[in-house]
Design a protein around this ligand. Structure first.
Ligand code: PLP
Length: 428
């Protein structure tokens, strides 16, 4: 596989961007190679600057659930762009998208659109603190909730990939109010509330974790979080930036039957354009400015192009939910189990975790239920696997600690091709 043009583009980019990237997870440092530079994509395929084609298993890190350049979204964006890319004033499209969101997520009575998942989670915390008058927040090791200061404590995603315990530049005094507990461990949550009575504002959780690789909640875990937070007067925040519209139209909360106080959304919500949202109980949301004392704002919030792409994507998911989610389940289970079977045949220790269309092959013998068990993975073995798959035209997320995704544009032939590529990779 020729990568000459990508390599030249990478050296140009390294002069302009730290590490040559605008987001650290895009660099291929964790897998010891160089990232192909993408010039276009369609359906489940990506093409790089050298003309190589790849089967895409990261879907822009989540948004592209209907595949790339999905024509209803492309047309909606073009039409919106022709009417001007931004007004900085209210538009009908914002409420059009909000109605679809509120219908899919009954816990979201009111919401606000922002431009990223980071903004959504950052504001959800501020709201929770203001509403409860408390300072501490509970998060879980290996969960990633964007890069706001108070949430970069034992975070997942790139933070875990690059082994950064807590980001430099976050004052101790800020990190002090973040309690990072092991995921899937109810007694750790009980102990934190006992140690900080009436001081914990909220528990924020990825209901199914994507950012330490895919780690589903243990039986009863989410229900226990709901019960404890309710008893303790703290808010429960579901960070559904990945899981929203992916695990089902109404996200993990629909699947597991839990009603959080606040929810954060992103990724699929904007159909590939920059868009996030936070929302929940009206009495909490109504303490936001201009009604209340909690400030939050955004020049490009509710941007018309993002709204258009979001409406096109969510409308399709809603109308075709009866086919879309079973199809994603079939594709994801086939590829996840198929590759797992090849690993087993080859005697390579791999633990496969999956929830709907998100999954991870952890290169470990252990069951993976939290960050400590995810961290037993042989990241060097994963890196070799990643490189060999990429050389065969299969682009997996370039870190052991990220979930892979399928889209409705993947086919069973793609799945077969992937399994065959994995067979060759495990044989090396
Ligand atoms: C991606 C992600 C975020 C951050 O969203 P950005 O749009 O990258 O700021 C927050 N929470 C979760 C669970 C995510 O996966």
């Amino acid at each position: 596989m020729q990568l000459d043009r990508s390599l030249a583009l990478q050296s140009r980019a390294e002069k302009l961007f730290p590490g040559g990237v605008d987001s650290p997870v895009r660099a291929f440092r964790a897998v010891g190679s160089n990232p192909p530079f993408v010039v276009k994509a369609a359906g489940a395929s990506l093409w790089d600057a050298d003309g190589n084609q790849y089967l895409d298993y990261f879907g822009s890190w989540g948004p592209m659930i209907l595949g790339h350049a999905f024509s209803p979204a492309v047309e909606a964006i073009q039409k919106a762009a022709a009417a001007s890319a931004s007004f900085g004033a209210s538009t009908p499209a914002e409420a059009d998208l909000a109605e679809i969101v509120a219908q899919a997520f009954p816990s979201i009575e009111k919401m606000r659109f922002v431009s990223s998942g980071t903004e959504a989670t950052m504001t959800a915390l501020r709201l929770a603190r203001a509403f409860t008058g408390r300072k501490y927040v509970v998060k879980f090791e290996g969960c990633y909730h964007g890069h706001a200061d108070g949430l970069l404590v034992k975070a997942g995603s790139g933070v875990a990939t690059f082994g950064i315990p807590g980001s430099a530049g976050v004052p101790e005094e800020v990190a002090h109010f973040t309690l990072a507990l092991p995921y899937n461990n109810v007694s750790a949550v009980e102990a934190a509330f006992a140690a900080h009575p009436n001081q914990i504002a909220c528990v924020i959780v990825e209901p199914v974790v994507g950012n330490m690789g895919c780690v589903p909640p243990a039986e009863g875990y989410l229900k226990a979080l709901r019960k404890i937070t309710q008893q303790q007067g703290a808010l429960l925040i579901f960070d559904e930036v990945i899981t929203g519209f992916r695990l089902s139209l109404g996200g993990a909360q629909e699947l597991y039957g839990i009603r959080p106080d606040l929810t954060t959304l992103g990724k699929i919500l904007g159909g590939g354009l920059p868009c996030g949202a936070f929302g929940g109980r009206a009495e909490i949301m109504d303490i936001l400015a201009p009604l209340g004392p909690v400030y939050q704002a955004g020049t490009l919030s509710g941007n018309p192009l993002a709204m258009a792409a979001g409406i096109a994507t969510l409308s399709y998911l809603k109308e075709h939910r009866g086919e879309v989610y079973p199809l994603l389940e079939r594709l994801a289970s086939s590829v996840a189990d198929g590759v797992a079977a090849e690993a087993k045949k080859a005697g390579v220790p791999v633990t496969t975790n999956r929830a709907g269309s998100m999954f991870t092959w952890f290169f470990t013998r252990e069951r993976v239920t939290d960050f400590a068990s995810a961290a037993t993975s042989d990241t060097a073995a994963f890196a070799r696997f990643h490189r060999t798959m990429l050389e065969q035209g299969v682009w997996l997320p370039p870190s052991q600690f990220e979930a892979a995704f399928v889209s409705t544009a993947h086919s069973m032939a793609d799945v077969e091709m992937t399994i065959a590529a994995a067979r060759r990779a495990f044989a090396q």
